[in-house]
Design a protein around this ligand. Structure first.
Ligand SMILES: [Zn+2]
Length: 210
């Protein structure tokens, strides 16, 4: 059987979204059962939208990366207290970085837990549960085809004089090979709600993703 290949689609619009900055943290909890796992998931859900959460691993060890939407850090302590009241092993690490992610991966392996795939920065490929900048691709009907995410460091390194240069610089640094973005004309969309560019392509230059 031939492998199914995703059809190539023409990109007609590129949008760019910058996420608000927010303190990030990681919770590691030793769960005793599937029920514990479900309760932990419910606990983190309960704090939305004040706190975004992404599961990093599940099983005997449950880990969540979280991002605060506001400045109120007391939510982190509140959650830590709730966890400590119910579980014997609880760690709160007040940032998300490669070091803590490596620790989560090690502990996950040692405890026979399951690592949950997390999004990666499409430039440096580091695990990035909360991308700083997202670039979305849409077709002629405005339907989203796919999206790329970038960490704060890569986004800061890809600066430009304008939003258009910023998008081009991000896509050129992207591992997905979007060099053709240099050869098409990007025209700022009229939409006030989001920052987006319409792609004016000609027969010689099309912006496609496959
Ligand atoms: Zn990066």
């Amino acid at each position: 059987m031939p492998r199914q290949v995703a059809p190539t689609r023409f990109v007609r619009q590129i949008s760019i979204e910058q996420q608000p900055k927010g303190l990030r943290a990681v919770y590691l909890v030793e769960a005793g059962s599937d029920r514990d796992e479900r309760e932990l998931a419910r606990l983190f859900e309960q704090f939305q939208p004040l706190l975004e959460s992404v599961e990093l691993c599940s099983g005997k060890l449950v880990a969540y990366a979280v991002k605060l939407q506001g400045d109120d850090q007391s939510i982190l302590d509140e959650i830590e207290e709730m966890l400590r009241a119910n579980y014997a092993f609880v760690i709160l690490h007040r940032s998300f970085d490669q070091l803590i992610y490596d620790i989560v991966r090690e502990l996950c392996k040692d405890s026979g837990s399951r690592l949950t795939p997390v999004p990666r920065c499409d430039i440096c490929r580091r695990a990035e549960p909360f991308p700083d900048v997202t670039v979305g691709f849409a077709d002629s009907r405005g339907e989203r085809i796919s999206a790329r995410g970038y960490c704060a460091t890569c986004a800061a390194e890809s600066g430009g004089q304008s939003n258009k240069e910023f998008v081009i610089s991000l896509l050129q640094a992207d591992r997905g090979k979007f060099d053709e973005v240099r050869n098409v004309r990007l025209v700022r969309s009229r939409s006030k709600k989001k920052l987006a560019f319409r792609i004016e392509s000609d027969a010689g230059h099309q912006f496609m993703i496959g």
